[in-house]
Design a protein around this ligand. Structure first.
Ligand SMILES: C[S@@+](CC[C@H](N)C(=O)[O-])C[C@H]1O[C@@H](n2cnc3c(N)ncnc32)[C@H](O)[C@@H]1O
Length: 328
């Protein structure tokens, strides 16, 4: 495989001039929209085997640490393109990680010691992994559907001397298949259904194909998790929460978010899609939201303070699974 040497035009052309070396049936970028929707509904997950296209976890790793071995050449090229489109891209990744760390600290303070990280990405650079590893009795289940991510994670967990002695679980599977996932985790004892859990849906819900109902992901979690469990979720948006943004600032956010999503469509599927605040509110409507309700990833647990929203810009909320009502 030879890297493309011609100057790269945003939004056009592949990263690699050669045909994908993955066989046509296996390369997930060749799936039709209907294939992608169907596979996202299935358990155990999408057989992502292509290394000729960037992967979201590798791109995130490259944005944070350009020289990281977790990213390959096409992950790095996309990270460069994203940084050109949205100079805020690296800061947005740092903000997401800080959000994850704050959620875990607050959940631990609430007495929760079981964590479920859906779409965990690379554990070596995971904020969730780092925050939980520092706590003596906390456990975490990591779920990702990308075999390359899983192979790295397996090696990292096996070599980590602290984690060797601690309960930890790595699941290769579809994070959106909530029913089979929780059934399997309860059956194997990876999660204890009699104790609260904190579920992390950080930088993943907006990868759900639009035809697959995002509200049902949260609703199924609410049905199957112990009451008072926590669910933390963020979501890409192209509309600022703050009303002080000028019309030109709002137009720039919409334009840059569109360009960012188009560039991310170079990755193996699924691909990100922005939603409005009201759509995000609808998706998480089955949770009892903790104050300050819907805010931004960089602000939680404080109300949003963003004055100038820059892409990629994400809304965030953390909610509790309600106690069952007498009628339920
Ligand atoms: C942008 S990364 C975010 C990683 C991590 N949540 C974080 O905050 O650092 C998105 C991850 O979600 C994974 N992913 C996307 N759709 C998934 C699905 N249906 N099931 C499991 N993992 C999924 C991707 O493979 C990727 O590792």
């Amino acid at each position: 495989m030879t890297p493309e040497t011609a100057p790269f035009l945003e939004g056009r052309g592949p990263y690699w001039p050669d045909a994908c070396t993955t066989s046509a049936h296996a390369c997930p970028t060749a799936y039709s929209g209907e294939d992608r929707i169907r596979m996202q509904r299935r358990w155990p997950g999408i057989p992502v085997v292509c290394r000729c296209h960037p992967h979201p976890a590798g791109v995130k790793a490259a944005l944070l640490h350009p020289g990281t071995p977790l990213a390959n050449e096409c992950d790095r090229r996309l990270a460069d393109e994203l940084a050109r489109i949205a100079p805020h891209a690296r800061q947005a990744v740092i903000d997401s990680d800080a959000f994850t760390g704050r959620v875990i600290r607050h959940a631990l303070a609430d007495g929760i010691t079981q964590f479920l990280d859906l779409g965990c990405g690379h554990i070596a650079t995971s904020a969730a992994h780092a925050a939980v590893a520092g706590h003596p009795t906390a456990t975490i289940v990591h779920v990702d559907h990308d075999p390359h991510v899983d192979n790295h994670n397996l090696a990292d967990l096996t070599e980590d001397p602290i984690l060797m002695t601690r309960p930890r679980t790595l699941i290769h599977g579809n994070a959106f298949a909530i029913g089979p996932l929780l059934t399997s985790l309860y059956r194997t004892g990876a999660l204890d259904p009699s104790r609260q859990v904190c579920v992390l849906l950080v930088d993943i819900l907006y990868y759900l194909e639009a035809a697959n109902n995002a509200r049902s992901v949260i609703r199924r979690l609410v049905k199957r998790l112990p009451p008072r469990s926590w669910v933390a979720v963020n979501h890409l948006t192209n509309r600022a929460l703050s009303t002080v943004d000028s019309p030109s600032g709002q137009a720039a956010l919409r334009r840059d978010t569109d360009r960012w999503c188009q560039a991310m469509a170079r990755c193996v599927p699924p691909h990100p899609q922005a939603s409005s605040r009201s759509e995000f509110a609808r998706r998480i409507a089955d949770l009892d939201l903790l104050p300050p309700m819907i805010t931004t990833t960089s602000s939680w647990p404080e109300p949003d303070t963003t004055r100038l929203a820059r892409a990629p810009y994400t809304l965030a909320a953390v909610g509790r699974v309600p106690e069952p009502t007498a009628a339920a």
